[in-house]
Design a protein. Structure first.
Length: 342
């Protein structure tokens, strides 16, 4: 079968690889039909292979179920499903607590399409078949009538935007939200969509990127052009998206006393100089960490199914499967690859 692989820094190629086998009675084989480019993909691909000579690419996907093991009850062949990009068992104590990104049975960062981070090749979603070892835990069925291309990013970047605001808005109903977008533009846009859908009185979207500000305005947020200098106000919930030191410090400065600062970002240490003294004094609650894909995805699918959010509105470029090697790194806020093409 064909699988898209990163074969050198910035280079993608189709490779003929062996088809995966059904991974036991709890497993499924799925065929990706729409794949979204994650915010991390361009970074991994531009850095190139780290351990092996090449690695499979892509981890946000909606797939068609091809075959299932005897213990799989959640899906049947022919169903469409969102696939957790993190491999997780669904049964250990961490998975049971909803902390599926840190499943006890797998090494940390056991993700599709991220061999450079984990050192283990689980395959990528830009492939004809993918093995899912725990189908009941890792697959979220997609209701009929929903557009798979619009939902491709649901298992990762949309879920990331969701968890950035949903738990905090459930504690502070109707609270205004500030999103500081200095990178990870699609996650920031999904967070804005979800915050508005969940009843935030106003979502202010701060960025130095005019394209994402225009998109945020289309989604119903209030755009705010900033150079990450003086704070324009204070908010009870602030979402930090990006990896610039200036953006992070702006986000901290915009928190109300006893406010919540949620970061969706990975900051390579050292260099952020987080102002812990100021945060202590004001009682800023700082949340940071990876999203739990398997645990979050069903709720995000549900939100999309009811029409409360339209993840497809964040997609700025759609390409066909065969165009992926040349176009996957194109300049787009959100790029989606579909088998049916643009
Ligand atoms: Zn990702
Ligand atoms: Zn587990």
């Amino acid at each position: 079968m064909r699988e898209l692989r990163c074969t050198a820094k910035g280079r993608l190629e189709w490779r003929e690889v062996a088809e995966p086998q059904l991974p036991g009675p709890q497993g499924a084989l799925v065929r990706p039909i729409s794949v979204a480019r994650c915010e991390i993909d361009p970074l991994l691909i531009s850095a190139g292979p780290v351990h092996a000579g090449e690695f499979a690419v892509g981890h946000e996907a909606i797939c068609e179920v091809v075959s299932v093991g005897s213990e799989v009850t959640k899906v049947r062949p022919g169903d469409l499903a969102a696939v957790s990009f993190q491999v997780s068992c669904g049964a250990c104590w961490r998975c049971s607590a909803g902390h599926t990104a840190n499943c006890e049975r797998y090494p940390v960062l056991s993700d599709y399409g991220m061999e450079p981070l984990s050192g283990v090749e689980y395959g990528g979603m830009l492939a004809d078949l993918v093995a899912v070892p725990h189908a009941n835990a890792m697959l979220a069925p997609i209701p009929a009538g929903l557009d798979p291309a619009a939902l491709a990013s649901v298992p990762d970047n949309v879920a990331d935007g969701y968890r950035a605001v949903a738990p905090h808005l459930s504690q502070r109903r109707g609270a205004p939200v500030l999103i500081a977008c200095h990178g990870a533009r699609s996650i920031a846009a999904y967070a804005a969509q979800v915050a508005l859908a969940l009843g935030s009185a106003e979502v202010t979207f701060a960025s130095d990127d005019k394209r994402v500000l225009d998109l945020a305005a289309e989604l119903g947020a209030t755009p705010l052009l900033t150079d990450w200098g003086r704070r324009p106000g204070r908010w009870p919930i602030v979402v930090d998206c990006g990896t610039s030191r200036a953006g992070l410090h702006y986000a901290v400065s915009c928190c109300e006393p006893d406010g919540i600062l949620q970061s969706v970002s990975f900051y390579p240490a050292p260099g952020t100089d987080l102002p812990l003294g100021k945060m202590y004094t004001l009682g800023v609650a700082f949340h940071i960490g990876r999203a739990h894909s398997a645990a979050l995805t069903p709720a995000v699918v549900e939100l999309a199914a009811t029409g409360a959010i339209s993840p497809g509105a964040v997609t700025t470029m759609t390409i066909g499967w065969d165009e992926a090697p040349e176009q996957y790194l194109a300049d787009a806020i959100k790029l989606v690859v579909t088998r049916s093409g643009a």
